[in-house]
Ligand binder design. Structure first.
Ligand code: SF4
Length: 665
């Protein structure tokens, strides 16, 4: 049984206590009761075929606690265990740190892989076609520049995974040469034997532990659902993204609801449509799949579809602009007609007929793939404008650097029934994260994700927050909605605390406008005090900002949502976290509106039963940025007085670890 093996692994004669770490892996075993408790609970869930939601605070060592029983379970069932995470950094940690350690301690080889979407891998057939082409016929000038570098990389790479490249190539080029669904010749492909995607699939096929991100996992679920409607068993095996697995572990589970909403929804957008039509034919450059003379009729259809798409999207952008709402919720079915339905239907029919008659296998599969792509966008637009799905929320959103693209989004308002059916109906499923509970209760979270049939457990923190953290709450702050008065006072507090801590601070905002406003006001202060401000949205991506923060003395990060969660700065580099406002979600976003409406429709109080618990979970994430190890110390400053003035503030305060709190003016 998994429990017995796990007990013997963590027990008195544990290999953990005597073994040396594998070469190059930093390791020092510190027995932690919480880790052992978690490992045993996970083992029980595996043995009893049960679902389990478990809050495991930072420092428990949760990955190792589930990895040990997961490995035993995979060996016993001879089927892999799938672990999904939200961040790449956690995947790296599991693959490159935890699994080598476990293999060393057990003295076994553990087959483990990170499963990635097809588009991460180079398609040798497509690369070959592009490299052989007359370069003036390439669909985009940006492609030519990097092509030579790509060809020489392709000769050397062992994985064909673009993340292994030293320097990334132009996305337009990668999109033209990567593997994609429905565009593979399989056994008929001359590169089949050396295909990177097939090799990756073989590695997944024999792995005991498969690590994926939530997006990949939901893509795998969607593929399974699509294949279930097809009788052809051979294509099932070929196209399935994940093999049958014996158990699922969802780490960073606090992101599960949003990941599910995004990936179980439907979306069309102007950029994707333009790209698909461009691959078919560009009348400007006379390039594309249909450039050959024999496709002249279909070419006309592409030209017509593009003209109509441009007209349609421009008029929608012009209509949205004066309303000053982005995203804009779409309320009334058929209020707007899908102007692209007819040209897309004609194009699909023509592409299907051409594919049927085509003898060249590569052209045939490309025609089918692009027909499917047009069909997918067509279907998504139909669903959107007719509001065909019950219990979905619909909105249009302008995006892109020049704000000239538009997307059409249909998202399930409540993912719990879908997750209950597609995920939790097949135990054992373990969901874990450092922050799942509100006010000491995990059931709010379990209901949101449909894990109502799961057992639950909340572990204690192994840290001593009473000595590691000092919290300050500003008790006389103006209401954050009185922006100028709020910022005047907040600026004073920031000046004081940033001077006190010599920077080394995350300042967490809930909106870009407040953040940019304060950054501007404080420019001179930063200069005069030799502090470096790293401002989110100022050009550096999140990970680069973190690297710079760690390596630059006296630095301060001003960040919004991506800094509340998932970023990790242990040690002295981060000594203070300043929370500007309680992190209530933007109440005007269509998804938030729809979720509050749904909560009210169920007879609950939308504010207390949805808005507050969501904000509490995010607040706990933000608070949790400070203490990452048992040696970390620092301060948390809360500049939103509602936490002590309003009744709901107690829920926030009761949800963070016990530590000294001082009220300040
Ligand atoms: S087998 Fe499929 S993915 Fe692999 S190189 Fe050939 S066409 Fe591309």
């Amino acid at each position: 049984m998994v429990k017995e093996q796990t007990e013997s692994f963590f027990g008195d004669n544990s290999p953990l206590r005597n073994a040396n770490a594998p070469d190059g892996v930093a390791f020092k075993y510190e027995p932690r009761q919480q880790q052992v408790d978690m490992a045993y609970a996970v083992a029980d869930a595996f043995d009893n075929n049960e679902n389990l939601c478990i809050e495991a605070p930072t420092g428990v060592g949760k990955t190792f606690a589930y990895l040990v029983p997961a490995f035993f379970h995979a060996c016993q069932t001879e089927k892999p265990v799938v672990i999904t995470t939200h961040t790449i950094s956690l995947q790296d940690q599991i693959l490159n740190h935890d699994i080598p350690l476990l293999a060393k301690f057990l003295n076994v080889k553990i087959d483990a892989v990170v499963a990635k979407g097809r588009s991460n891998y180079l398609c040798l057939r497509k690369l070959n076609e592009i490299a052989d082409m007359d370069q003036s016929l390439l669909p985009d000038d940006n492609i030519t520049g990097d092509l030579g570098r790509l060809v020489s990389w392709a000769e050397k790479t062992k994985t064909g995974d673009h993340t292994d490249m030293n320097r990334p190539i132009a996305p337009q080029l990668w999109n033209a040469v990567c593997c994609e669904r429905g565009n593979c010749l399989n056994g008929q492909c001359p590169f089949f034997a050396s295909c990177f995607l097939m090799a990756a699939r073989r590695r997944i096929g024999k792995a005991r532990i498969i690590i994926a991100n939530h997006a990949f996992f939901f893509a795998a679920l969607a593929t399974d659902a699509r294949l279930a409607t097809r009788p052809d068993a051979e294509s099932h095996e070929r196209e399935k993204l994940l093999p049958d697995f014996s158990a699922l572990v969802i780490d960073e589970g606090h992101t599960l609801e949003d990941a599910a909403a995004n990936h179980l929804g439907i979306r069309a957008d102007s950029l994707t449509i333009r790209r698909i039509l461009g691959r078919l034919y560009s009348d400007e450059r006379k390039t594309g799949l249909l450039a050959a003379e024999r496709f002249s009729e279909a070419r006309e259809l592409v030209v017509d579809a593009r003209r109509r798409a441009t007209l349609f999207f421009t008029s929608l952008l012009n209509w949205m602009e004066p309303q000053n709402k982005n995203p804009l919720r779409y309320f009334v079915p058929n209020h707007i007609e899908n102007y692209l339905a007819t040209p897309f239907a004609k194009l699909e029919k023509s592409l299907a007929a051409l594919a049927d008659d085509e003898e060249d296998a590569a052209v045939k599969v490309e025609l089918e793939c692009l027909k499917d792509a047009v069909e997918e966008q067509h279907m998504a637009l139909d669903v959107f404008f007719t509001m065909a799905r019950q219990d979905f929320v619909y909105w249009m959103e302008i995006f892109g650097r020049d704000k000239n693209e538009i997307s059409f989004n249909c998202i399930p308002v409540d993912v719990s029934p879908l997750l209950a059916e597609r995920v939790f109906r097949k135990p054992p499923v373990i969901v874990t994260s450092a922050t799942l509970a509100v006010n000491g209760d995990i059931h709010y979270f379990m209901n949101r994700i449909g894990a109502t049939n799961a057992k639950s457990m909340i572990l204690d923190t192994p840290f001593d927050f009473k000595t590691q953290v000092q919290t300050y709450i500003a008790k006389n702050m103006p209401d954050p909605r009185e922006l100028d008065a709020f910022l005047d006072k907040a600026e004073g507090h920031l000046r004081h605390f940033l001077t006190l801590t010599n920077g080394r601070t995350f300042v967490l905002f809930t909106s870009y406008s407040m953040m940019n406003n304060l950054a501007k006001r404080m420019e001179t202060f930063f200069e005069e005090n030799n502090l470096t401000l790293l401002l989110q949205g100022d050009g550096l991506p999140t990970l680069k900002m973190i690297e710079k923060f760690k390596s630059t003395e006296r630095s301060v990060i001003f960040g919004t949502s991506s800094f509340w969660t998932g970023v990790d700065v242990p040690g002295d580099a981060l000594s203070s976290v300043i929370i500007m406002r309680l992190p209530f979600a933007n109440p005007d976003h269509p998804l938030e509106l729809a979720r509050t409406e749904r909560t009210a429709a169920l007879g609950k109080n939308a504010f207390f039963d949805y808005t507050v618990p969501e904000a509490v979970l995010k607040f706990r994430q933000g608070f949790g940025r400070l203490i990452r190890t048992k040696d970390d110390t620092g301060i948390v400053v809360i500049l939103d007085s509602r936490i002590i003035q309003k009744r709901y503030g107690q829920t926030f305060l009761h949800s963070i670890p016990e530590c000294p709190v001082e009220l300040i003016d």
